[in-house]
Design a protein around this ligand. Sequence first.
Ligand code: GLY
Length: 442
Amino acid sequence: MVKLMRVLLVGGGGREHATGEALVRDGAELYVVSRHQNPGLARLAKGYGLAKETDVGKVLAYAEKFGVDMAFIGSEAPLEKGIVDVLDENGIPAVGPTKAAARLETDKAFARSFMEEYEIPGRKLFRVFDDVSEMRSWIDDFGKPVVVKPLGLTGGKGVKVVGYQLRDNEEAKAYAEELIRKDGRVLVEERTDGVEFTFQVFTDGKRVLPMPLAQDYPHAYENDEGPITGGMGSYSCSSHLLPFVLKEDYEKALETLKATVDAMRKNGTPYRGILYGQFMLSREGPVIIEYNARFGDPEAMNVLPLLKTSLLDVAEGIVDGKLGSAEFEKKATVVKYLAPKGYPTNPVKGVRVEVDEKAVAETGAKLYYASVDENLTLLGSRAIAVVGIADTLEEAEGIAQSAIGHVKGELFYRRDVGTRESVEKRIRLMGEFGREFEPNSC
Ligand code: GLY
């Protein structure tokens, strides 16, 4: 029997469009609050409130006005404001961690100390400094390449790595000093060499249900060049592994996420919602680079269209502490984001784009709206995503690529997301980092 449950989705990006679609598919009556009116969500929703997602008072007021039974929080910024706590205090259960539990993402010093205290496997050596001379002498004594990170939320843009954005440890010290002067503190970690991957799980605070692995393309331009963005696209394989992530790596990474959920419960800050482990696969195995307290964007668009279990049932299981199972189709997926020219540093805004939805549908691709308003005017961030889904990566990539041409405007995208060449490059890199392995097919 179809359940009628009123759900408030907080957020209006591509990740939320995919979330809203899955909730409606499973019988939810959808309501949305976001800063702009996402045209895809507007079509799915029974009611739409315009407010900043971080304005907890306004979100609560909309939740009460719409009379929702449950909320689903899309992004990290409202989690940092304690939106789940406030909704819960007002009788509205929400999918997402409390403010204290979301610190796994919102406070990197907390995340690292917590991993140390509970001996979470796959953790890195780190230090937090508020003193410039201590920081400088630690980096000198350490002697190996480091990573410098601001402690709070930066939309993935403040992290700098020696050998990439920083030439050497001298530049790392200068950047760390700049952050101490600006923020009062800085996180310095050992650099881990390897290839990154995304592992997302559902959890009710006890049970952990894995989703297919995905790989994000964070650089703005092809061949992994240019500034770091929120992610220009991502792919996943029908095996739910990745070509360079073997079954034993998958098991180890899952162990890290399960140990994290167990330790959060012991810590008195039970974690419920979606937990996203950003891992680096090193020669020695998976190392956790960061936690995120929500679905990835774009990675939500890799996994949600494959979810065979009702997302509504999963959401209820999360808030009731009775998570059952989560089954995913064995398909490959490729997401390609179209972003305004100039993104992320100087994006074109205020001009309209054209989308031939019928032609996109004819290619077999899915389309999700993100940072465009109801008139398809660009708002400055990643604008529209197309998703190919098929038995093989090659077919999925071809489908996504054929849909791209039906979206026109002052936009750019990465042709190489999910292509055979770019995936082979990642396999090669793992080899160069000293790993001998037989790649999985995708
Ligand atoms: N795609 C990276 C993220 O969602 O944080």
